[in-house]
Each structure stands twice: as C-alpha cells, then as structure tokens.
Design a protein around this ligand. Structure first.
Ligand code: PTJ
Length: 264
C-alpha cells in the first residue's frame, strides 16, 4: 500500500513510485535493509542514463530472450529487490520460457526466503525453489550465502538469469559451465563484466521488454535463435553503455547548469 502521496505532476514521480515499492518490500520482510542502499546505487546510474532503455540494452534483451528460449534447463534466480519490484513479470517469464524460479539471497534468512516465496505464490508461481532445506547444494569456491542452491534448480541449470546480482556468484556460475544473464544498471560492476549477457537497464523497464521479446522470438527456429546469441558481443554492448554515459555527461557539462526560476 502506497503511503506517500506523490502529486501526479511531480517531476520525479516514476522514480519515487519505484522507491515506494522497495520500501514496501522492506516492510513486508522481502527486501533486506541493505537492499535499500543497493537500490540507491541503481537509481544513481538510472538518473545518469536518463531513466530510459537505450539501444544496446535492447540488443542485450534480444540476446537474453534467445538464450532463454534455447535453454534446456533455465533457472530464474531471485532476490529481495527483484521480487519487490517485478514479481508479476518474474512469474510470467518463468512460465513462457519454462524456467524454474529459485530464491537465492546474499543476506539469507529463513524469514526472507519464505516472504519472497509467498509473494511469488501470490502472483501465481506454482513452485519456488531454494527455500529452507531445498537449498542443500553448494556452488564450489563461493563463500557467501549465495553458495547455497537447490539441487533441482541452479545446480543443474544450463542458463541462469541473475537480476541485481552482487559480484562473485556470476564468476562461480560461469566456472561451472553455465550461461549467465544479468540485469544491472551499473555497467562497471563485476557481475556486468562477467556475465555472458548483461542488460544495463532498470529491471522495471527491462522485464516487460524481455517478456515481449520472448513472445516475439519463440516463433523463430533453433538456428535463428543460435545466430542471435552467437552474433551478440557483451563487451561491445558494455562499452556502448559506457559511451552513452560519457556522451550524456559531456552534453550536460556543455550546457547551462543553473536553472533560472521566473518570479511569479
Ligand atoms: O535480497 P538479497 O539478500 O539477495 O540482497 C540483494 C542485494 C541487491 C541487496 C544484494 O545483491 C546487493 O548488495 O547487491 P549490490 O552489490 O548492491 O548490487 C546490486 C546491483 O544492482 C548494483 O550494481 C545496482 O546498480 C543494481 N541495481 C539496483 N537497482 C536496480 C539495479 N539494476 C537494475 N535495476 C534496478 N532497479
């Protein structure tokens, strides 16, 4: 329930509404306290990126959709922030690519695992892995709580979707031979630079676009999907995103900074 009344004409309305979802997620026990800080980092990048989906992110979304459709055993790994922001879309994506959903938390507590799984069930998820004893397997060479995974999920997945990740797990998953798709507004993060496909966009914009793209691409043949994945170059995409940031900052630095307020 939205507690803050945000005026419809407030210039930062969209951003404030997203912020409220995170706060609400925290109050429901879904988001970790540290998740509020992580959201702030994302907001800062989104602000610089002009709060819109750029062309390289659309290319990454297309490759991600193709990769998910090609997967034999895809798993969508979810954390508190992701579920607070896009629960409906997570359930829909899992359905249309026939993926498992698994809770995987950095700040793992049994209460949050349950709260996240319950919220996803409210949105129609039939099965949520990674809760309690189900997270009984271990990702080798990983020492955070993220190492604990389901033997029916991430452990045996060929493609893992990891929105809003926090670092070393992507590397560990890749060492296990998995394809990793990340969503991260920070193109400099280790996750962004280690993943096979990185969507540098806000998850609230990226998820509906990804669902749309999967629906479009599912008519394509396996060979056509493979071609999309093979032609995709994550390094080039990340460099393009950094160039967009540079160009935006350059344009701003060359324009007048002071906002003059006319007297009424
Ligand atoms: O729920 P838990 O316990 O698994 O914890 C989740 C968080 C997100 C707190 C944890 O994974 C964490 O600390 O993550 P980091 O290291 O702060 O990284 C999160 C990344 O997500 C950062 O690079 C942010 O820029 C990015 N990010 C934050 N909000 C968004 C985002 N990317 C896309 N869309 C967002 N809305």
């Amino acid at each position: 329930m939205l507690k803050l009344k945000i005026p419809p004409n407030h210039p930062r309305r969209e951003s404030l509404l997203i912020r409220e979802k995170i706060v609400e997620g925290y109050e429901k026990g879904v988001v970790a306290l540290q998740g509020l800080i992580a959201h702030g980092r994302g907001e800062a990048f989104d602000y610089i990126l002009g709060e819109k989906t750029h062309e390289p992110a659309l290319d990454a979304i297309r490759a991600a959709a193709a990769q998910l459709l090609l997967a034999k055993y895809p798993v969508i790994s979810v954390n508190g922030n992701t579920v607070a922001l896009v629960p409906k879309e997570i359930v829909e994506l899992a359905e249309i690519v026939n993926a498992k959903i698994e809770v995987n938390l950095f700040y793992r507590t049994r209460e949050r695992e349950e709260a996240i799984a319950n919220l996803l069930r409210e949105y129609g998820a039939k099965e949520v892995l990674g809760v309690g004893e189900d997270a009984s397997a271990t990702i080798p060479e990983l020492f955070s709580e993220r190492r604990r995974v389901s033997p029916r999920g991430i452990l045996i997945a060929d493609v893992v979707f990891v929105p809003l990740e926090d670092g070393d797990r992507t590397e560990a998953l890749k060492k296990m031979g998995k394809k990793v798709i990340a969503v991260d507004l920070n193109p400099f993060s280790r996750t962004a630079r280690t993943a096979d496909i990185t969507i540098v966009d806000n998850i609230v914009r990226a998820m509906p676009l990804l669902i749309q793209e999967v629906k479009k691409l599912r008519k394509k043949s396996v060979n056509e999907l493979k071609e999309i994945v093979n032609d995709y170059d994550n390094d080039k995409i990340l460099r393009s995103m950094v160039k967009i940031i540079l160009e935006r900052l350059k344009r701003i630095s060359e324009s007048k900074m002071i906002i003059e307020i006319p007297k009424s």
